[in-house]
Ligand binder design. Structure first.
Ligand SMILES: N[C@@H](CC(=O)c1ccccc1NC=O)C(=O)O
Length: 338
């Protein structure tokens, strides 16, 4: 009887963690095999159109017939390259502006036709599991936003193996400080990130700006198909090298951090939109929902949107379109119409 009792207590405690809650004990990923985790965290395996002829028809406005020759894993960046060329063709961009001393610490600024002191800024962080992607393939939202008077900044950061996750978080912080110092009269800085870039943007909810001598005028976050708990990711073949120890995953997990040490919103009016594509994997859905719920419990002004018939990549690619539901939500949020 005694042995039984000890075993039960041990089993229960083993499921608890220092977050003080025991929902992690039930986290579905803990029951998944390595193969299943690899599957859940490989977004390209969940797409419904990517690489198919229909995708090229849908994206004919972006794409290039040669896209069909490109292997699916490379297609996201390939499409981004075409889009970025178009965004730069307007000629209202400041490219490769340094925000730090490092070679990789550069950003591109895309300006609206009517430049003013008081423009709102959307600052974008690309995805690619912290190992691929570039600012040069990520200018999706530039044209529809600059057309409405929003300046768009696309940030480069040192992806692995050059950069570590901690360094990337630091570079993202610096890039925002740079925008605030360069444009102190801005009408609001809105952070937007896709996938691993949504993770980096979400890490800014925990930033300590006092060390940087300026508090950015952060008014909103648009988090697209992100990952917020890196613990399951450290068990995947693609990301294991980035996260050698559990502490690395926890330190860089906004979900874990907000659960363990809830941070009060500096500006209670700051809006956070957590979105996930309908065709994203169940693990991506779970991460977004849990992050949204944690934000609500912490007193943040958060909202959640599952984007109908979108996969992990389309959720971003469609931002080239002014009438796309997410482009409209972003514009309405920036112009405070909702
Ligand atoms: N090898 C990954 C690639 C990937 O995850 C990805 C590619 C482009 C942009 C974002 C991505 N995911 C997260 O950052 C996959 O299986 O889809």
């Amino acid at each position: 009887m005694c042995v039984w009792w000890y075993m039960c207590v041990w089993w229960y405690k083993a499921g608890m963690d220092v977050s003080g809650g025991n929902h992690r004990h039930e986290a579905p990923w803990k029951r998944m095999s390595k193969e299943e985790l690899d599957n859940q965290y490989s977004p390209s395996r969940w797409v419904v159109r990517l690489g198919a002829e229909e995708a090229m028809r849908t994206y004919s406005q972006i794409g290039n017939e040669a896209g069909l020759e490109v292997p699916p894993a490379h297609l996201p960046h390939f499409i981004g390259e075409e889009v970025t060329k178009r965004a730069r063709a307007t000629g209202r961009s400041l490219l490769n502006v340094p925000y730090g001393d490092g070679d990789g610490e550069k950003l591109d600024i895309y300006l609206p036709e009517a430049v003013s002191e008081a423009m709102p800024f959307l600052v974008f962080f690309h995805g690619g599991y912290w190992q691929s992607g570039s600012k040069d393939t990520s200018a999706f939202m530039v044209n529809p936003l600059t057309a409405q008077g929003v300046a768009v900044v696309i940030v480069a950061y040192d992806i692995a193996p050059k950069g570590t996750l901690d360094q990337m978080v630091d570079q993202v912080t610096q890039s925002i400080v740079f925008v605030q110092k360069q444009y102190p009269g801005n009408q609001g800085i809105y952070l937007c990130g896709h996938s691993a870039g949504a993770h980096l943007a979400a890490m800014m909810l925990l930033a300590d700006w006092t060390k940087h001598g300026v508090t950015p005028n952060l008014k909103g976050f648009f988090l697209l198909s992100g990952v917020y708990d890196l613990e399951p990711i450290m068990h995947t073949s693609e990301n294991a090298p980035l996260l050698p120890a559990l502490e690395d995953a926890q330190r860089n997990s906004p979900l874990w951090q907000l659960e363990t040490a809830p941070t009060q919103p500096a500006d209670p009016a700051c809006r956070i939109l957590v979105t996930v594509g309908q065709h994203d994997s169940p693990e991506f859905h779970r991460q977004s929902r849990e992050f949204y719920q944690t934000l609500c419990q912490g007193g943040w002004k958060a909202s959640f949107e599952e984007l109908h018939d979108m996969d992990h990549f389309e959720i971003l690619w469609n931002l080239t379109q002014e009438d796309y539901v997410l482009t409209q939500i972003i514009l309405k949020t920036i112009f405070q119409e909702s």
